[in-house]
Design a protein around this ligand. Structure first.
Ligand SMILES: O=C(O)[C@@H](O)[C@H](O)[C@H](O)CO
Ligand SMILES: [Mg+2]
Length: 412
């Protein structure tokens, strides 16, 4: 008896959204027991942190609630509201299926770029919390298990005198000695005092020398105790970026971030390949499809996806795996509340080529009060062993700092 391949794959078959719905995927139904759970509601609320953090909650008929967070962005809460009908009634354990379902639905609805993926990321993170709670495993178990117990955190540092090399060195020392970090990042797109025209992306010699002085003073002060990265926020021309990166080679920096706008792939690749200073890019690149090209063209030394922006926890794992085939490590960009920070740490805990995750809120005293648990201690995150993400929102703190006009989440 031959195999009837037409039963397996009909090349002429019309692809429909129904392929992704649970009605046509019988396997996802009738699980029985605790795993037969349905999503009943999705809610968001925004908190005024040092960014407007967008928190997401997914409710189920089992009374179990999942919490997530999307990168902040205009329209993200509205987009999540629009996606609600696409996942209510679905089983939250089918994370990949629901992710693809949302991508398909939102492509049809208009666009899958930018903030749409950010909104999907927030749902995806909440699904991991939910799935972990239903299956009674920590979220890292859903991503392949634990590679490390603690995730290294790097502290994004600021001073009011950001262009003063000595002030930067003082702040670096304070963060290392008083806050206990052994990994830091400073901005290098600071006024160097010689700019004539802000639209000019080209650096003159005195500007390069001023930036080199910041790097020199900071690394001289803490280089024996900490790794230090420097961020340029996609500011400079290819030629200037090459001169700057070459000038910094002697200081042995951890990395130089976004020296040029990465959309111009040819220049991005040229800059990275021109220098031994490690170049990091990725916070504004969406989905694995966007990140793929940076890797394929060997245009990055370290890749920096933002987990709750790029597509979520599994998307970040997939990017890390792609990066690993190029021997490129991952340093997750992160400006989130403790919710997405912990979620990122679960990804980092599961992934072998994960360097560190960013912390961007050390000046905000109540960052950690947003959840009941301790999150960062001495520059590291101990990965929670509780089911799901292992953090519980402190609703009083959420309410206290809620963006005006927002509504607090319903009780679980
Ligand atoms: O890598 C970083 O942390 C920065 O690029 C921040 O995302 C940016 O300053 C936010 O506005
Ligand atoms: Mg950056």
């Amino acid at each position: 008896m031959g195999v009837d391949y037409s039963q397996l794959h009909d090349p002429n078959a019309e692809y429909t959204m129904r392929d992704l719905s649970s009605e046509t995927m019988g396997v996802t139904r009738d699980r029985g027991g605790d795993r037969d759970v349905e999503i009943t509601d999705v809610q968001t609320t925004m908190v005024n942190g040092n960014f407007p953090w967008t928190l997401v909650r997914i409710y189920t008929d089992a009374g179990i609630v999942g919490t997530g967070e999307a990168y902040w962005g205009a329209g993200v809460p509205e987009l999540i509201e629009r996606m609600k009908p696409f996942i209510v009634g679905e089983n939250p354990l089918d994370i990949d299926r629901l992710y693809e379902h949302l991508v398909q639905k939102m492509s049809g609805e208009g666009s899958i770029a930018g903030v749409t993926i950010t909104a999907i990321s927030g749902i995806e993170v909440a699904l991991h919390d939910l799935a972990g709670k239903i299956l009674e495993v920590p979220a890292y178990q859903l991503l392949g298990g634990k590679y490390r117990d603690e995730m290294r955190v790097y502290c994004d540092c600021h001073t009011e005198e950001e262009a003063d090399p000595d002030a930067c060195a003082d702040e670096a020392e304070r963060v290392v000695e008083e806050l206990g970090y052994d990994a830091l990042k400073f901005d290098l797109d600071v006024p160097s005092g010689h700019e004539k025209d802000r639209a000019n992306r080209h650096l003159r010699e005195p500007e390069i020398e001023h930036k080199a002085e910041i790097v020199e003073k900071v690394t001289e002060r803490v280089g024996d105790r900490a790794d230090v990265a420097f961020d340029c926020h996609w500011t400079f021309s290819g030629g200037s970026a090459k001169r700057l990166a070459e000038r910094l080679e002697e200081y042995d920096v951890w990395w130089l971030e976004d020296p040029v706008p990465p959309e111009n792939h040819d220049v991005q690749q040229e800059v990275t390949q021109s220098t031994t200073t490690p170049i990091t890019v990725g916070e504004n690149v969406y989905r694995k499809h966007g990140q793929r090209r940076l890797l394929e063209e060997q245009a990055v030394d370290i890749i920096a996806p933002d987990m709750p922006k790029v597509g979520g926890m599994r998307e970040t794992r997939k990017i890390a795996d792609m990066a690993d085939t190029y021997y490129v490590p991952v340093a997750m960009h992160n400006v989130a509340s403790p919710v997405a920070t912990i979620a990122g740490a679960h990804v980092g805990a599961a992934v072998s080529n994960s360097l560190a995750i960013e912390y961007h809120s050390y000046e905000l005293e109540w960052w950690e009060d947003l959840v009941e648990e301790d999150v960062i201690e001495d520059g590291y995150i101990e990965i929670p062993e509780e089911p799901g993400l292992g953090v519980t929102l402190d609703l009083d703190t959420v309410e206290e700092h809620m963006v005006e006009g927002e509504t607090l989440f319903d009780e679980a």
